[in-house]
Design a protein around this ligand. Structure first.
Ligand SMILES: [Zn+2]
Length: 330
């Protein structure tokens, strides 16, 4: 018999935690005079996210993004149309304002995001009123350069985004963010661990039962990514490909490799690994089938990790290079 899992630490009554399967990141609702959401899920679930928050807390006044990956910002556009402001790390806010083609790494990763604007750029140390409590912005670059954590000192709650979860650490993009990205992520993890939170609120998976243990494991894994850059590239490639399969309901097995050859992230990863894109694509599919991370079913490759279905039409949004200018929303 396996030991009974220890119960998750208790949350204050003004916090509602929504643990969601991929492709949505977990969503946090902070109740109060100005209800706030931390992260807004994937674009395919935007209506579900916005309705869920409104039913529980009324009109959302502010959405805070831990970072701009598609599974965290997909509800921004709809929530903004319903009157919410959006807050995000300052580097992301600047890129979003100038409609940089690299926004959200949406085109690079081939992960759709509906167009939004950032109303509140966040710097390190900024105090944000979310619901009826004050939270401190803690810049935690690594998984992305604009990544941030949120710290609530009275209850000692720490929202950690994708920096760590109960089962892994955030992948790092050495091609896009430079060879230092893994060391940057490790330094951010140390900074978060030093806060000694009572509760870690991760963007994927369950709330870790033992925060200290979760940080110890995450720091070990992050150290491995620093020591083994090739391993870090492989790790990122596996995560990106699995997500691509999830949001498409799988990809026909005969089209998977040509899909991969056309991806910027795959080409970059191949260069860092000293392979051709064709070699890496073939090896990625083979190793992921071998490990069981992906499976062949009805002629399509599917991701094995639990995930919800995405309506194909919800993926039809423009890449950031074609987003309307920030003033033109409505
Ligand atoms: Zn992410």
């Amino acid at each position: 018999m396996s030991p009974r899992p220890s119960p998750a630490p208790e949350l204050p009554s003004w916090v509602t935690w929504w643990q969601r399967p991929f492709p949505d990141a977990n969503t946090l609702l902070l109740h109060g005079r100005q209800p706030a959401l931390v992260d807004s899920g994937f674009v395919g679930s935007a209506a579900a996210t916005a309705d869920w928050a409104r039913e529980r807390a009324g009109a959302v006044g502010l959405v805070v993004n831990t970072h701009w990956h598609s599974d965290h910002v997909g509800g921004n556009a709809l929530l903004q149309a319903r009157g919410a402001a959006v807050a995000a790390g300052a580097p992301e806010a600047e890129a979003i304002a100038r409609r940089d083609p690299g926004c959200c790494a949406a085109e690079y990763l081939d992960q759709p995001v509906a167009p939004y604007t950032v109303d509140v750029p966040l710097d390190d140390g900024r105090i944000l009123r979310l619901g009826d409590a004050d939270w401190e912005v803690v810049r935690t670059p690594g998984h992305t350069p604009g990544h941030l954590a949120l710290w609530q000192p009275e209850e000692r709650l720490l929202v950690v985004g994708d920096a760590l979860s109960d089962y892994d650490v955030g992948w790092v993009n050495l091609a896009l963010d430079g060879p230092e990205a893994a060391a940057t992520a490790l330094a951010s993890l140390k900074r978060m661990a030093d806060l000694a939170p009572r509760v870690i609120l991760p963007s994927h998976g369950a709330i870790p039962a033992d925060p200290e243990q979760a940080f110890a494991t995450a720091l070990r894994r992050a150290r491995r990514l620093v020591d083994d850059p090739h391993g870090a590239v492989w790790y990122g490639a596996r995560r990106i490909f699995a997500f691509a399969l999830m949001i498409r309901g799988g990809i026909p097995a005969g089209e998977a490799e040509s899909y991969l050859h056309a991806r910027a992230w795959l080409t970059d990863a191949a260069r860092l690994l000293g392979r051709s894109p064709e070699e890496l694509a073939a090896e990625l599919v083979t190793t992921m089938l071998g490990s069981g991370a992906i499976v062949l079913r009805d002629g399509r490759l599917h991701a094995s990790a639990e995930h919800g279905a995405t309506a194909p039409e919800s993926l039809r949004v423009p890449y950031p290079r074609a987003w309307p200018p920030p003033g033109a929303r409505g």
